[in-house]
Design a protein around this ligand. Structure first.
Ligand SMILES: [Mn+2]
Length: 341
């Protein structure tokens, strides 16, 4: 964490001169967005006596509704005037877990209109633009929640977190690391988690609240997708699942129900690319996942007019389901032959 101490000195100066702060995070907030925002707001309020409002552009997903103090968060889409008012009155604007103000949609204008407030970035995404007065940008840390932990540790000490703030930070770290299974799992991170445990957080309860919230229909749809709808391609090097609108209706499909299905075929030994084809009214939504060096970002760009990251990407198909899966079987075989590891 380069120059953290120097940045903390600047942050202290800004905090000392401020009375009112807003903490904003990205559209479609996830556990790291709400978790880091709520914990940071707690510290600003209790250690720095600031008047703080947390603002999110649109509503958080249901599995985060139990998070401590989430009821205090102002949802800009539901109360746009109040959100704009809060932003206009702030001396300090903290942007957490994203780095492009334009991504805030309706809220971006309000932030740009307040020309006197100082803007501080606290984030872990790549390539932040230079539109902030102070930047805590650490792309090699696992989550914004962990960045907040490290800042607070240096700024006032972790005693500033109570059990609720610690729970919120844990949600962010747990969800952004895929329950401690992705990259950036360092000894220091686990020391920080130990610090959160010392605050009395209940890990098994948090885990259940975030991950075990599905409906019976959703679990049965997963079973149907894997048992009846998963097809292996190219001698088991690729696999796909397709769901038609009729099937989705049968399982009372709710938005988000097929989230994560595409990851299951990748748990089979030898599968390098997994695809999910989900019918919508106007087109077929294509989700792609890959393992290791196999690049689905390039694949999605080349064959499905989309893109994303190396191991997770998406696109669209405007053909029928039958044509789409036939096309996929052909191009994925071609692509894997061209890109042998
Ligand atoms: Mn994050």
């Amino acid at each position: 964490m380069d120059q953290l101490s120097e940045k903390i000195v600047s942050l202290r100066t800004l905090l000392g001169a401020a009375k009112k702060a807003v903490v904003v995070t990205h559209t479609n907030p996830d556990g790291d967005a709400t978790g880091s925002s709520l914990a940071w707001a707690h510290v600003l309020e209790h250690s720095f006596n600031l008047d703080v409002t947390c603002i999110i552009p649109n509503r958080y997903p249901g599995f985060l509704a139990w998070q401590p103090h989430i009821e205090k968060v102002l949802i800009a889409k539901e109360k746009p005037e109040e959100a704009a008012q809060q932003v206009s009155e702030a001396d300090l604007i903290f942007c957490l877990d994203f780095n492009l103000i334009d991504r805030l949609e309706n809220l971006a204008e309000a932030i740009k209109a307040n020309t006197t407030a100082r803007r501080v970035l606290i984030d872990h995404h790549l390539n932040p633009p230079a539109e902030f007065d102070l930047m805590f940008s650490y792309p090699d840390l696992c989550s914004t929640s962990y960045v907040v932990y490290r800042i607070v540790e240096e700024l006032v000490g972790v005693d500033a977190f109570d059990t609720d703030a610690a729970s919120n930070l844990y949600v962010g770290i747990m969800t952004d690391t895929g329950n401690f299974s992705f990259s950036f799992l360092t000894p220091d991170l686990f020391r920080a988690v130990a610090g959160l445990v010392e605050k009395g957080i209940n890990i098994s309860q948090i885990n259940t609240s975030v991950y075990n919230t599905f409906t019976e229909d959703r679990v049965r749809l997963l079973g149907h997708s894997l048992c009846n709808k998963m097809t292996m391609v190219n001698h088991g090097k690729a696999a796909y699942i397709s769901l038609t609108e009729r099937e989705m209706r049968k399982f009372n499909f709710q938005l988000g129900d097929s989230e994560g299905f595409v990851n299951y075929p990748l748990t089979i030994v030898g599968v390098k690319i997994s695809a999910m084809f989900l019918a919508t009214r106007k087109f077929i939504r294509v989700s792609l996942r890959s393992r290791g060096e196999t690049d689905v970002n390039i694949f999605a760009r080349k064959y499905f007019g989309g893109g994303g990251h190396k191991n997770a990407a998406g696109g669209k198909s405007f053909a029928t389901m039958a044509q789409t899966v036939e096309y996929f079987e052909r191009v994925v075989t071609e692509y894997l032959a061209e890109n042998k590891e």
